[in-house]
Design a protein around this ligand. Structure first.
Ligand SMILES: Cc1cc2nc3c(=O)[nH]c(=O)nc-3n(C[C@H](O)[C@H](O)[C@H](O)COP(=O)(O)OP(=O)(O)OC[C@H]3O[C@@H](n4cnc5c(N)ncnc54)[C@H](O)[C@@H]3O)c2cc1C
Length: 473
């Protein structure tokens, strides 16, 4: 019998499996797909490789959780620092998000002049620097007593940022930058949306500042694609089962039974990396089903439309662009397309002289439920997104080697989830209402972007560290 069975090999599942394995526990990691990493994986399509979703690695620097966890597992990733982290293009304006405050400020103030710019951006910068010095808070949700006790650990953080935690981001920004205009607001909104997964009107200013300011931290490009991180993280785990979907979990007196289509495994403890919205169906017992059903209402149906391209080009590109349009594209929720290019020297992910491109735009999974029009709808959006990229970045038809798209339905088919980006960091999703890494069910735990703390590598890794603490290992 295993000490731990981890269901799903996303950022959360693979990291906690590797941490527990490094501590000497007997673990088994189950992944439905042939490759590890979930939304942060790398896949092959007709001879060319692509990052599935995630393309930027934040948090690999001293004092940040991603590095702490990698160090604890003994992973030394092969990375290239990206500076600027993103190049933002809107109308005729190009704003590189440099790490250095002065370099970035010069660009933003030139493109979006405002008399309060310096004060506003300095505040964003300072909040970011201060936030990552705060440690030692944790979140438990096994029962009310443990939850309340854990909430006290946020007291220093609350005291330090109370002014920004309780104020709406849109109101605060409009007060700080009076009459900032639609273009500048779109510029801010687009950057916030990709981190907070919610519009400014739904979040507090602390979340907005952390979203706007993550580019002041060190960001990295992962050489060879994100799969290299997962291969590295899990290389010492003996029992990694791919193409092994867990279809049912039965709670027994002393352990759990995990069923794939063909086999049954036993484990003392189970850690789920499937989303809380999709986990009820795995269980036979009503108490566990009801626990997960309680959180289905957190599913906001937010998802991504993806465009994957390989181009053969001798042009030079930055790693990441955000291309802000003046209107939302049809069947999307945003005005901005996020586009990532492989590094020109990275021949692990694509052939010399080629670029592997992963592009995304927010959508609603319910837009893709009409099976009759699905194909046309998908082709239409693929052509719109591709057009935006080609026009903004000067890519010609002849340079395109391969191009195809994916919707929330594709994610559902491959990764068992159509909602992407986890729980929006909105004021409505206030911490005490969020599912934790522990549960009221003995020996059953959660990890990933639909539970504490948030989405993306830094958010999920905070949850991994939190889970490690709750497990007492
Ligand atoms: C388009 C897009 C772009 C993004 N860009 C970035 C970025 O640039 N930087 C960043 O840091 N983050 C980014 N993110 C967010 C980041 O990718 C996710 O928050 C993170 O990867 C989620 O990790 P997770 O632990 O929740 O696992 P998931 O990615 O949800 O993986 C869960 C895994 O569990 C498997 N699974 C599910 N059910 C079962 C089962 N029953 N049995 C076996 N296996 C199962 C799935 O197949 C999947 O592999 C992006 C996300 C998207 C969608």
């Amino acid at each position: 019998m295993k000490d731990y069975a981890i269901v799903g090999s996303g950022v959360g599942g693979s990291s906690i499996a590797a941490l527990l394995n490094a501590k000497g526990f007997d673990v088994a990691l189950f992944e439905k797909e042939p490759y590890l990493g979930g939304c942060s994986s790398t896949f092959m399509h007709k001879g060319y490789k692509y990052n599935t979703g995630a393309t930027t690695l934040a948090g690999y620097e001293e004092g940040h959780t991603v590095k702490e966890v990698f160090d604890a597992i003994g992973v030394k990733p092969n990375l290239i620092q990206t500076d600027p982290s993103i190049v933002i293009m809107q109308n005729n304006k190009t704003t590189p998000r440099y790490k250095d405050f002065d370099a970035f400020f010069e660009a933003v103030n030139l493109n979006y002049p405002h008399q309060n710019n310096e004060e506003f951006w300095k505040l964003v910068y300072d909040i970011n620097k201060d936030f990552y010095t705060m440690k030692d808070y944790y979140y438990a949700n096994e029962n009310s007593f443990k939850k309340i006790k854990s909430l006290f650990s946020f007291f220093p953080l609350f005291m330090k940022f109370s002014k920004y935690l309780t104020v709406n981001a849109l109101n605060f920004t409009e007060k700080s930058l009076p009459e900032l205009g639609e273009e500048y607001l779109d510029f801010l909104q687009a950057q916030i949306y990709i981190v907070a997964q919610a519009p400014m009107k739904e979040i507090n200013f602390l979340t907005a500042a952390l979203s706007l300011g993550y580019t002041f931290n060190t960001n990295h490009y992962v050489v060879g694609g994100f799969e290299t991180l997962f291969n590295e993280m899990t290389k010492d785990i003996k029992d990694v089962y791919t193409k092994a979907e867990i279809v049912q979990i039965v709670q027994k007196e002393t352990h759990f039974e995990l069923h794939t289509k063909n086999e049954i495994f036993q484990a003392k403890k189970v850690i789920l990396n499937s989303t809380v919205y999709d986990s009820a169906k795995l269980f036979t017992k009503d108490t566990i089903k009801n626990y997960y059903k309680k959180y289905e209402k957190l599913n906001n149906y937010q998802s991504s439309f993806m465009l994957y391209m390989t181009i053969k080009s001798d042009k030079k590109f930055f790693h990441h662009y955000q291309l802000i349009q003046n209107a939302q594209l049809k069947n999307t929720l945003s005005k901005a397309v996020f586009v990532s290019f492989s590094d020109v020297s990275d021949t692990q992910i694509t052939k010399e002289g080629h670029y592997s491109i992963t592009a995304s735009i927010h959508t609603d999974s319910r837009f893709w439920e009409d099976t009759q029009n699905y194909k046309d709808q998908k082709e239409e959006l693929q052509s719109l997104v591709q057009g935006v990229i080609m026009q903004s970045l000067g890519i010609s038809e002849e340079e395109i080697v391969q191009s195809f798209s994916a919707t929330s339905k594709t994610f559902e088919h491959y990764l068992n989830r159509s909602q992407l980006g986890g729980n929006a960091m909105s004021m409505k999703n206030f911490l005490p209402f969020l599912p934790g890494n522990d549960t009221p069910i003995k020996n059953l735990y959660n990890v990933g972007d639909s539970v504490y703390a948030a989405q993306g590598w830094p958010g999920v890794m905070l949850g991994v560290k939190n889970l490690q603490r709750l497990l007492g290992v």
